[in-house]
Design a protein around this ligand. Sequence first.
Ligand SMILES: *[C@@H]1O[C@H](CO)[C@@H](O)[C@H](O)[C@H]1NC(C)=O
Ligand SMILES: *[C@@H]1O[C@H](CO)[C@@H](O)[C@H](O)[C@H]1NC(C)=O
Ligand SMILES: *[C@@H]1O[C@H](CO)[C@@H](O)[C@H](O)[C@H]1NC(C)=O
Ligand SMILES: *[C@@H]1O[C@H](CO)[C@@H](O)[C@H](O)[C@H]1NC(C)=O
Ligand SMILES: *[C@@H]1O[C@H](CO)[C@@H](O)[C@H](O)[C@H]1NC(C)=O
Ligand SMILES: *[C@@H]1O[C@H](CO)[C@@H](O)[C@H](O)[C@H]1NC(C)=O
Ligand SMILES: *[C@@H]1O[C@H](CO)[C@@H](O)[C@H](O)[C@H]1NC(C)=O
Ligand SMILES: *[C@@H]1O[C@H](CO)[C@@H](O)[C@H](O)[C@H]1NC(C)=O
Ligand SMILES: *[C@@H]1O[C@H](CO)[C@@H](O)[C@H](O)[C@H]1NC(C)=O
Ligand SMILES: *[C@@H]1O[C@H](CO)[C@@H](O)[C@H](O)[C@H]1NC(C)=O
Ligand SMILES: *[C@@H]1O[C@H](CO)[C@@H](O)[C@H](O)[C@H]1NC(C)=O
Length: 864
Amino acid sequence: MPTNTHILFPLVCLCFALCTLHVSSSDSDSLILSCGSSSGGVGDDGRKWEPDSKYLVSSGNSIPAEAQYQDPSLPSKTPYLSARIFTSESTYKISVKPKKRYWVRFHFYPSTYSSLDPSDAFFSVIANGVTLLNNFSASITAKALTQAYIFREYSLAPLNSDHLNIAFKPSDKHDGAFAFVNGIEVSPMPDLFDSATLVGFSDQSVESQSANLQTMFRLNVGGQYISASNDSGLTRTWYDDSPYLDAAAIGVTDEASKNVTIHYKDLPAHVAPVDVYRTLRSMGPEYEVNKNYNLTWVFRVDGNFTYLARLHFCDIQSTKINQVVFDIFINNQTAEANADVIAWTGAIAVPMYKDYAIYVSDGQGDEELRVALHPSISMKPEFYDSLLNGLEIFKLNDTTGNLAGPNPEPSAMLAKAESEAAKSFAPSKSSSNVTVIGGAAGGAAAFGIVAALCIAVYQRKKRVPGTESNASSWLPIYGNSHTTASKSTISGKSTTSTHVSSRDGGNCRHFSLEEIKQATKNFDESYVIGVGGFGKVYKGVIDGTTKVAIKRSNPSSEQGVHEFRTEIEMLSKLRHRHLVSLIGFCDEDNEMALVYDYMAYGTLREHLYKGNKPHLSWKQRLEICIGAARGLHYLHTGAKYIIIHRDVKTTNILLDENWVAKVSDFGLSKTGPELNQTHVSTVVKGSFGYLDPEYYRRQQLTEKSDVYSFGVVLFEVLCARPALNPSLSKEQVSLADWALHCQRKGTNIEDIIDPHLKGKIKPECLKKFTETAYKCLSDQGIDRPSMGDLLWNLEFALQLQENLEDAKQDSGSAENSNSGELHNCPMRLHFSNLSLGSENDISEQSDDSNTNAIFSQIVNPKGR
Ligand SMILES: *[C@@H]1O[C@H](CO)[C@@H](O)[C@H](O)[C@H]1NC(C)=O
Ligand SMILES: *[C@@H]1O[C@H](CO)[C@@H](O)[C@H](O)[C@H]1NC(C)=O
Ligand SMILES: *[C@@H]1O[C@H](CO)[C@@H](O)[C@H](O)[C@H]1NC(C)=O
Ligand SMILES: *[C@@H]1O[C@H](CO)[C@@H](O)[C@H](O)[C@H]1NC(C)=O
Ligand SMILES: *[C@@H]1O[C@H](CO)[C@@H](O)[C@H](O)[C@H]1NC(C)=O
Ligand SMILES: *[C@@H]1O[C@H](CO)[C@@H](O)[C@H](O)[C@H]1NC(C)=O
Ligand SMILES: *[C@@H]1O[C@H](CO)[C@@H](O)[C@H](O)[C@H]1NC(C)=O
Ligand SMILES: *[C@@H]1O[C@H](CO)[C@@H](O)[C@H](O)[C@H]1NC(C)=O
Ligand SMILES: *[C@@H]1O[C@H](CO)[C@@H](O)[C@H](O)[C@H]1NC(C)=O
Ligand SMILES: *[C@@H]1O[C@H](CO)[C@@H](O)[C@H](O)[C@H]1NC(C)=O
Ligand SMILES: *[C@@H]1O[C@H](CO)[C@@H](O)[C@H](O)[C@H]1NC(C)=O
């Protein structure tokens, strides 16, 4: 029974740094311990961590240890690189004020310490008799969440005692079990909790004043990530809500305009920061649509517990009662009928919150908590809409004083792939206990995982067929290059420093107009290699030898100076081996230009058909797909912002001189609603033939739209034909429809694949590949795999192809091929490359850039 939350896309949390906490002066009673460290240290966020030994009641059974490996995604060395290991029960004794509520936070980094295997760490944590964790495996949890480290937050009920005992107890059910912890924080907090009505039992309420709680989720609905230091004094971290939305209908986000002031009135300011109340999610402007759907958030939780859901509201549009009235459902039961925020608060821009308690019973499988909003039609409000600004979900201790749930499990899809892999890869002892591989699909669990800022997710306009223009909406992405970037790889990225990148675009090189003019022979027309929405694209040479692509802004382009800067700033944070790199920019005399790597081999499409190029082998094609998938996976999960590409197609996958695939042409750059608008409405970019039907129907975009488009790319790669070919018979015009048609009809896939590939693809590989590609084309986003799962499956398909090829070659020596397979075990590959992939790729990239001075980009003028 997984504790992992339902997320629609996996998130490798790169910016956990930001939820580490600044001690404000009011928190002088806070204790921040770096466990196992002899002298403490200062974290990258500037917080001072002190050594823990003097708080240990007896340190006899504990060993201070150093992690042997620093995962690049760790936000800071302190406290993660030191740990205290407990081989038997040990207790920290911390002085606290009686009758006061306390936050207790734990940091765990499951790594190898003094040759102990982190997968043997199974332990309980008990704080003054309350079981916070039981049989807890940080390593399983981290893997299931594809994270390097785990963060847990609890709020302990006021104590009658003047000290807090925190006991770590290794499990006695597991041989050789030990306990460990890297960091502990204990800090006083105000009384935030009160009694809450029990949903479904209007006459009953749950007293949460005396409860111990675990923070499960804390979301700034419709808004952005809020770091601990930007919280209203309680060092909480607030996350974007979009990963938790029910995929089908996600509404629109809105933000109070600058001149609106949020008046807290009677509400204490510490309840939630202003940024939570300034932003909200509502259902959208189509009232007819709103009548027919519920705006729903879904969370995975542990069964047999009562949860407290705190809904934060602040209406920033309505001014009168009965303008927006809606019902609130929690787990399909009415928590509140006819909620009218203005009626509750009496005025616009006044925040408030409502608490609801709900018991989630223990079912079979994944227990969930659904919060849904729907307009109260019966009240005949002026607008059929509903809204939410913030949402916190806490788990309350059960009657035995327990808060612990089971360890999460990897997603079914990964478990299946894993068992398949175990079957295909030799029944050797090590493949039979391939450890649980964290699912990209597994999803982030508990609180503190999804450090994502969702940007520019909504589209309100349909793209009309035929209007697909050659205007490319591209955005620069900052990348490593032969200039200065190789110095600035990992560290700049995973820590807070990225987030405050310089206004000049981080490490981007600043070109003078003179340099740009020299490179392009004063913007000579013969150097034009493409035309985009932003302006023309020129090829050019800088520094004497380096070929580049230069995009010059069109002075009449709607993208003004501001956008130009925003783009550079935002995209300067994106660096990935599989994304086309921005080398620098020029901003002088009203001339704006962006300078990119030049891609020697052009677009993927021209190597598939219509290019008169030699045919790519199947393995090459798979590798290119994997590279592109990795780039997209990074966009979806690796960056602090969730980025939806919106225009995935074979002309936007470029190839460098080593055939490394790089995703280009980023269609998204909006970071939130325009100030004067009620929702984000960007012009739709997307190409017909690749357009997600669900998005088309509902006009609501999710990252699964990219997955759909990528599915079309996969078929394009397999069949070597365009996504749309109007010269074919009606049912064949659209490749996606044609592929689905063939699937329904049971047509042998061999009949539609590229004739050059016939007989060259191993049947197992072809099966895996087509299965995966079909899944991407599922009508509903929710049925499509995440980019992470997709990547996994493609890697697996490649392994199937390669291993069978190897097996054929080495058929003489079973021994040999066996070890080869083990070495190539896809799970290993998956884990090391996927969960840490974005980071690994960065370092790989810096190597590349050193060895290959010339990178390049071609923007194919016929690309669109
Ligand atoms: C806090 O918020 C301000 C303003 O929104 C922002 O500039 C700053 O980067 C934030 N700080 C952190 C640590 O996120
Ligand atoms: C905010 O400013 C706009 C124009 O700048 C104005 O139309 C609007 O009424 C103002 N809103 C408030 C709440 O003052
Ligand atoms: C939930 O409670 C039921 C009955 O009390 C029990 O059988 C079940 O094992 C519990 N489940 C969990 C996950 O604790
Ligand atoms: C609530 O309804 C949805 C859709 O009808 C269903 O999938 C879900 O299982 C229900 N949840 C509960 C807790 O009954
Ligand atoms: C919204 O959710 C409630 C409670 O689960 C359900 O009764 C209702 O049918 C849903 N409405 C729509 C339009 O899905
Ligand atoms: C939570 O645990 C405390 C003891 O630590 C207990 O008194 C209280 O009743 C528990 N809460 C619930 C809801 O059972
Ligand atoms: C402890 O957790 C592991 C991994 O989730 C599980 O396999 C095992 O059954 C658990 N043991 C107990 C005693 O609950
Ligand atoms: C692998 O599994 C075998 C039994 O299947 C077990 O004896 C061995 O300890 C396991 N190894 C690891 C590293 O878990
Ligand atoms: C697109 O290209 C065609 C010719 O290739 C040209 O006629 C048309 O004006 C272009 N459209 C835009 C919006 O640039
Ligand atoms: C928003 O402002 C822009 C310019 O500041 C203006 O062009 C646009 O019409 C405005 N939109 C609305 C909905 O007022
Ligand atoms: C994946 O990781 C393995 C082991 O770390 C490495 O050998 C391999 O080159 C990586 N593959 C890619 C495509 O990054």
